[in-house]
Every structure is written in structure tokens, then in C-alpha cells.
Design a protein around this ligand. Structure first.
Ligand SMILES: Nc1ncnc2c1ncn2[C@@H]1O[C@H](COP(=O)(O)OP(=O)(O)O)[C@@H](O)[C@H]1O
Ligand SMILES: [Mg+2]
Length: 256
């Protein structure tokens, strides 16, 4: 089995990158073969894995512009036991370049076709917008994982995202499914959190993931050390939550 999961939400600061890096590390810890793709020009996932976005030679940009094949762009994250296709500010140029191609939304899907089967899970960390880069991720993906905070306006943003998903399913990628909604920076004591949670349960049912990621300072500190939290403080609440998430994702995908 090989599954490509895009991690997207057009809202910034909801935990997309934190989820991408930490889910990759926790899936790798459970012996799954994992590839993480950083398709956000901010390059935060790249830095979070300990790679220097200013130093790397080949990035996801070269892949999208067909200047390099996937197997040469992939780097190993060493002790973290997963692979990375790094990203940096060059991706902004890729977005412009893509516009001129007739197959503009399919470049990532085409590039991954060659290496996809080497991995159990391919995770794509998307930028905070519904641009051509995110569209490439959603066309390449089998499913979409949406990290979100339980805030008043979260539901409004969700309907725009779900509309985009429906459009993509009807046109460029009928295969795309919803992997799930992940509640991040979760505070069970807040009344608003409970109310939003109830609404999500009502609208999304089993697509609302059971695992909630608590607000945890270790999760915010780990990237400055270039480490996923499980390698930074393995007994922290953040590490345990992402391990639980990896277990839930594996359980949903690998049932006989
Ligand atoms: N569960 C969490 N607890 C504490 N801080 C978090 C948590 N998730 C994310 N953060 C912090 O919040 C900020 C935004 O998270 P990030 O994953 O970069 O969001 P996005 O990729 O959606 O923009 C970062 O500084 C990150 O370290
Ligand atoms: Mg991010």
C-alpha cells in the first residue's frame, strides 16, 4: 500500500507544518516508509527536519519545473528515518512557472509516479492558500488531512476548503478523499472548543479524528532544534499526541 496525504488548510498557523513533520516522524517510528514533501515556499517543514533551506541544492521547485527527477531531489533525514523533498523560497518561482504549462496542476502527481511505490506514506505540507502549489498537492494526493483550531471562524474557512475539494473531485482528481479533520492546539477546558467540536462531530461524523493535539510548548520548541518532537522530548504531551495520531491513521488505512 502506498498513500499520498496532503496536509492543507488555507488558514495559516493552524498546525499544518507541525502535523506534517511530527506525523512523518511518528509513522517512521512505527516502521512505515515515509516521504515528506515541503511544497510551502516558507520551507518550515524543511527546517523542522534539520535541513537548512538556504543550503539545499535541489528542491521541490526543481521537481515541479521538471528540472530534476524525484529520486535526485529526495534527501534522507538520517536518524529521523524518513525521506524529505525539501522546499524553500524558490517555490514562489515554481508557482509562476507552472502557470504557463498546459498540465500545470499535474506536475507533482507526474513527478511522484516514479517513486511513490517506494513509500507507505507520502505526506505533503501545503502553503496557507489555495494556490497552484496546493492544487498540485491535491491532484497528487489520495486524501486530504485538515488540521484546524476549534475557533469561531474555523467552520467558515472549512466550507470554502470543502468546496474546493468537491471541485477537484469533479474535475482533476476524482480519487481524492477526506482523510480527516484534526483538532490542533486543543484546549478541552474551553467552552468554545467544546461547542466547535460538537458542530464538527455533527457535520463530519467519523471524518473528525479521535486524536486531538493539545497546545504543548515542546511542539513549538522542537523546530528550533531541527527535530520532530518525538526526538526532542519523547515523553511530552505533544509527542504522545502525534504518536496517537500516527496510530489512528495507520488503523484507518491498514485494516484488512
Ligand atoms: N499543538 C501545538 N502546541 C503549541 N504550539 C503549536 C502547536 N501546533 C503548532 N504550534 C506552533 O504554532 C505555530 C504555527 O504552527 P504551524 O504548524 O507552523 O502552522 P501552519 O503550518 O498551519 O502555518 C508554530 O509556531 C508552531 O510551533
Ligand atoms: Mg506551514
Amino acid at each position: 500500500m502506498s498513500k499520498i496525504i496532503a496536509i492543507a488548510n488555507q488558514k495559516g498557523g493552524v498546525g499544518k507544518t507541525t502535523t506534517s513533520v511530527n506525523l512523518a516522524a511518528c509513522l517512521a517510528l512505527t516502521k512505515r516508509k515515509v516521504l515528506l514533501i515541503d511544497i510551502d515556499p516558507q520551507g518550515n517543514a524543511t527546517m523542522g527536519c534539520g535541513a537548512d533551506k538556504h543550503e539545499i541544492e535541489l528542491t521541490c521547485c526543481d521537481l515541479l519545473l521538471e528540472e530534476a527527477q524525484a529520486e535526485v531531489v529526495v534527501v534522507s533525514c538520517g536518524d529521523l528515518n524518513f525521506d524529505l523533498i525539501p522546499g524553500n523560497a524558490d517555490l514562489t518561482a515554481a508557482e509562476v512557472g507552472l502557470i504557463q504549462s498546459p498540465r500545470r496542476e499535474r506536475h507533482l502527481a507526474d513527478a511522484l509516479a516514479m517513486i511513490k511505490n517506494r513509500y507507505d506514506y507520502v505526506l505533503i505540507d501545503c502553503p496557507p492558500s489555495l494556490n497552484m502549489l496546493t492544487l498540485n498537492a491535491l491532484v497528487a494526493a489520495d486524501s486530504l488531512l485538515i488540521p484546524m483550531q476549534c475557533e469561531y471562524y474555523a467552520l467558515e474557512g472549512l466550507s470554502a476548503l470543502m468546496e474546493t475539494v468537491t471541485n477537484i473531485q469533479k474535475t482533476v482528481n476524482p480519487r481524492l478523499t477526506l482523510e480527516g479533520l484534526l483538532r490542533t492546539m486543543y484546549d478541552p477546558r474551553s467552552r468554545l472548543t467544546k461547542e466547535v467540536s460538537e458542530q464538527l462531530q455533527k457535520h463530519f461524523g467519523s471524518k473528525l479524528l479521535r486524536t486531538c493535539i493539545p497546545r504543548n510548548i515542546r511542539l513549538a520548541e522542537a523546530p528550533s532544534h531541527g527535530l520532530p518532537v518525538i526526538h526532542y522530548d519523547k515523553s511530552s504531551r505533544g509527542a504522545l499526541a502525534y504518536l496517537a495520531l500516527a496510530g489512528e491513521i495507520v488503523g484507518r488505512n491498514e485494516k484488512e
